[in-house]
Design a protein around this ligand. Structure first.
Ligand code: URA
Length: 223
């Protein structure tokens, strides 16, 4: 942490956070032997580390404060408040870790799932304000695989007036980053913050080496 963001071309920013604690926690998450309760706890801790980087450009406004010694001009998060958008269902496992650093943020929910044949994103739930004018949005989705879900989410948020969108992911595939670059790469209002960029996608759309199905590992298998 504390390093300059890695820029993926000059437009959309992709920042793979390099920090030994991130690498350590991610390595335990990846292991097939890690059970759900530990997985949830580590994902939570990892998101808080990522949130520190993801909020680097959150807007603040000057505020006069009185310390026990004197008065000074400080800074506080400005209005409108940021909005955190976990993409259901796996993004829910990242919510606590994010709002721990941004407790005054509002939370909206978007339910998108992959069509397992076309890999396209289908919206099945939406609990977001219609008007997102000037809002900074933080989208939580653990796996940037094909990019379909995040592209649909980002488009949706901008259609409603979002000021900028930062996507926080645990893992990203190069194919997904490239798909996002093709779809919205010239939009400098978009940033991706991830714990790692992996090698590739397999034929089923899973990230390799990855960590498996993030939703199942967080919450168990639901058929
Ligand atoms: N979604 C997951 O949960 N895992 C992957 O590897 C890809 C998409």
């Amino acid at each position: 942490m504390g390093r300059a963001p890695t820029r993926y071309r000059r437009d959309m920013r992709v920042h793979a956070v390099e920090h030994p604690l991130v690498t350590h926690k991610l390595s335990v998450l990846r292991s097939a032997d890690t059970p759900s309760p530990i997985f949830r706890q580590l994902a939570d801790e990892l998101v808080t580390l990522l949130a520190y980087e993801a909020t680097r450009d959150v807007t603040v406004a000057p505020v006069e404060i009185t310390t026990p010694v004197t008065t000074m001009t400080g800074a506080k998060l400005s209005r409108p408040r940021p909005i955190v958008v976990p993409v259901l269902r796996a993004g829910l496992g990242m919510l606590d870790g994010m709002v721990r650093l941004l407790p005054t943020a509002e939370v909206g929910f978007l339910g998108l799932k992959r069509d397992e044949e076309t890999f396209e994103a289908i919206t099945y739930a939406n609990r977001l304000p219609d008007d997102l004018s000037d809002r900074q949005c933080f989208v939580l989705d653990p796996m940037l695989a094909t990019g379909g879900t995040l592209i649909a989410t980002i488009r949706y948020l901008f259609e409603r007036g979002a000021r900028d969108v930062t996507c926080v992911t645990l893992l990203a595939a190069p194919e997904g980053i490239e798909a996002m670059r093709q779809a919205i790469g010239e939009d400098s209002r978009v940033t991706i913050v991830t714990a790692a960029i992996d090698e590739k996608l397999d034929e089923k759309g899973y990230i390799v080496p990855g960590l498996g199905d993030a939703g199942d590992r967080l919450f168990g298998v639901v058929d």
